[in-house]
Ligand binder design. Structure first.
Ligand SMILES: Cc1cc2nc3c(=O)[nH]c(=O)nc-3n(C[C@H](O)[C@H](O)[C@H](O)COP(=O)(O)O)c2cc1C
Length: 407
């Protein structure tokens, strides 16, 4: 992977100084980096800095004499393209399919079998503007991979989401995109626990941390796959940047699965979320029925909750996807013997059309967190792989999914 060709596109954000650090790190790791900078970017950093860091002159104008065909030559040369920092203006202009400048021409001429990464940087209001949200969605649907933005104080003094990813994360994302698995898979991973509204401030939830889903997503991203982590709001985030979507209640998770599987093509779903079996059907306080998920109940009257059974999302995953899908299910038991564990997996396989079932037992992790062993069962109810740790589980799943997809 070292010695790859990286086309690094700067656009006009104050975070250009931070992107220079990422360029420097990539060069130090043995990559060849060529830079393109919009005229606005060159107001933040000088051409001498970029030439000094990379050893090659920066390109900015599509009509530079002697470099007029660079929008084609550079796309052929690059193994990966990264827009970093990416302004709201550039994101929205690319999403409109416009090519009034070199960056737009590079985007349209890009060989879409190669990765195109985007590391946004902007003020929180610009990042949450509907135009930017729509632009990001459009570019994602066309295959662009977005690095997560950071939260905190931005250069304009406002606090919120929109900060450029850290240079180490940028380098990791570029190298992950360069990793070439036998087949690059798009995998949807659900993780964390659902929270079922009782009133406007209280929920019924569970103790899932989302750690396993985050770890699997990070591993898949590191191997060069394209994971999408659909995680509970409070669940752990992956150590390796990847696309994340958030859910809270069962209904949120159901509609996110319906949207993602219906609108995008995935090779596999790893359904590691701890989905609540029960939702709140009605809340009765002092004989009066109160609306579910609304207002705040008086703390002086313990409510009577009537629960309803939530349907099994696992059983509906394949039907939601217009293309064939590999399905990985999870079965958690508590203090189960080997025979009990096998019976629990068999009961799940009786209704769920899963290719693999990951089983682990709470007794193996008394504090409910941390590392644990797991078994991966196949549809005939026998163990295909015994994994000594969560890292082993992530590696085994990656291997099984790639083998099945290429087999
Ligand atoms: C001091 C300053 C800082 C800016 N920082 C950002 C930024 O971080 N993100 C952004 O989207 N736009 C930012 N802008 C606005 C862009 O530079 C402006 O929209 C420009 O037209 C972007 O052009 P480009 O996308 O072709 O590089 C900033 C402008 C100024 C004057």
């Amino acid at each position: 992977m070292s010695g790859s060709n990286i086309l690094f596109i700067f656009t006009g954000s104050i975070a250009c100084f931070k992107a220079c650090d990422a360029v420097s790190r990539l060069v130090q790791r043995g990559h060849r980096v060529r830079t393109v900078a919009t005229p606005a970017a060159l107001k933040f950093i000088g051409p001498a800095t970029l030439e000094g860091l990379t050893g090659t002159p920066v390109l900015s104008d599509a009509f530079t004499p002697g470099a007029a065909m660079e929008h084609i030559n550079l796309t052929r040369w690059a193994d990966v393209v990264l827009v970093c920092p990416a302004t709201a203006n550039t994101i929205n202009s690319l999403a409109a399919g416009l090519a009034p400048d070199l960056v737009g021409a590079l985007f349209l001429a890009h060989d879409r079998t190669k990765p195109w990464l985007v590391a946004p940087a902007m003020n929180p209001a610009m990042w949450s503007h509907p135009a930017t949200i729509a632009g990001v969605e459009k570019l994602r649907a066309w295959g662009a991979v977005f690095l997560p933005v950071g939260a905190g104080r931005t250069a304009c003094g406002e606090t919120g989401e929109g900060r450029l990813a850290e240079p180490t994360a940028i380098v990791a994302a570029v190298e992950a995109a360069l990793a070439r698995p036998a087949r690059r898979l798009r995998v949807l991973i659900t993780s964390g626990g659902t929270a079922e509204p009782v009133d406007g401030v209280r929920v019924l939830s569970n103790t899932s941390t989302g750690g396993t889903g985050a770890l699997i997503a990070a591993h898949l991203a590191r191997c060069g796959h394209e994971p999408v982590l659909l995680r509970a709001k409070q669940a752990e985030r992956p150590a390796q940047p990847c696309r994340e979507e958030i859910f809270s209640s069962f209904a949120d998770l159901e509609s996110a699965l319906t949207r993602l599987l219906g609108q995008e093509r995935f090779d596999a779903v790893i359904h590691a979320a701890a989905v609540g079996d029960f939702g709140v059907e009605s809340v009765i306080v002092d004989g009066q029925v109160c609306p579910v998920g609304a207002t705040k109940l008086d703390s002086g009257f313990p409510p009577l909750l009537r629960l309803k059974q939530n349907p099994k999302l696992l059983d509906r995953l394949r039907a939601l996807s217009p293309t064939p899908l590999q399905v990985v299910a999870f079965k958690l038991t508590r203090d189960a013997s080997a025979a009990d564990a096998q019976a629990a997996v068999a009961a799940l396989l009786a209704h769920a059309d899963a290719d693999w079932v990951v089983h682990n037992d709470l007794a193996a992790r008394p504090d409910g967190a941390g590392d644990f062993p797991a078994d991966i069962y196949q549809p005939d109810g026998t163990v295909a792989v015994h994994c000594a740790s969560r890292a082993g589980l992530a590696a085994a799943l990656e291997h099984l999914l790639v083998t099945a997809a290429t087999g």
